[in-house]
Design a protein around this ligand. Structure first.
Ligand code: AMP
Length: 220
């Protein structure tokens, strides 16, 4: 089994990369950092600047400089990230990918793999627009695929479920267009480095994960 992998995840919003990230993290015993989750936590604490919040709600991207700094200061430079990690939602632009490579190279490190969860845009759209989350404990449900036991109520804590502001149709469309325009090209960037693992996101999560695991543990 590969030890202390350093992994990034690529895929449309709704492709299931967060689920795969969690499975990778649990199996290989490494921490996950989600840049989107970082911003949502800041917002919950009332610490997200209004202009950043507005940009996220509209489905746009936070600036490369800000995100690079946040990922390094809040995660990559911390003790917990020293023995491997999974990055979910970062890098998202060519500039972020170059920054990450440079940062790791300076420490004589490199990425183990970039996992690309491939899914048709219509399927991803349906998944994401059906997503409902618990504002209290972060549990995720879907009105099409994994409903809570009581409609609109979190199974775990009983809080009313909400739709993320940026999961509303207009924002989702912008996020998907942004992904296609500026993030998808990273599959070529990591492909050229021989680091890309492409998996079919339409399969069951455990099937997707078996494939990732197979490649990580036995890179041919
Ligand atoms: P996510 O949960 O990964 O879909 O991220 C939610 C939102 O946070 C995105 O739509 C962006 O507005 C912002 N965000 C998260 N990660 C990044 C990033 N690496 N670069 C720029 N913006 C980001």
């Amino acid at each position: 089994m590969v030890q202390h992998p350093r992994i990034i995840l690529l895929g449309l919003p709704g492709s299931g990369k967060g689920t795969q990230g969690a499975l990778i993290a649990r199996t290989y015993g490494v921490p996950t950092f989600s840049s989107g989750e970082y911003f949502r936590n800041l917002r919950r604490e009332g610490k997200l600047p209004a202009e950043v919040s507005a940009k996220i709600n509209a489905g746009g991207l936070v600036s490369d400089e800000d995100v690079n700094m946040i990922v390094v200061e809040s995660f990559l430079s911390t003790q917990e990230a020293q023995a491997g990690f999974v990055l979910d939602g970062y890098p998202r632009t060519a500039a972020q990918a170059a920054f990450l490579d440079e940062y790791l190279t300076k420490q004589n490190l490199s990425l183990t793999a970039a996992v690309y969860v491939d899914l048709p845009i219509e399927t991803a759209f349906r998944r994401i627009s059906g997503r409902r989350v618990c504002p209290s404990d972060g549990s995720v449900y879907n009105v099409y695929y994994s409903q809570p036991e009581r409609e609109g109520i979190c199974n775990l804590c009983g809080a009313p479920l909400i739709q993320r502001e940026d999961d509303r149709d207009e924002s989702v469309r912008t996020r998907m267009t942004t992904y296609e325009a500026v993030t998808k090209i990273l599959t070529i960037y990591y492909g050229d480095q021989g680091k890309l693992i492409t998996v079919d996101g339409a399969s069951e999560p455990n099937v997707v994960f078996s494939r990732i695991r197979g490649v990580l543990d036995d890179p041919a």
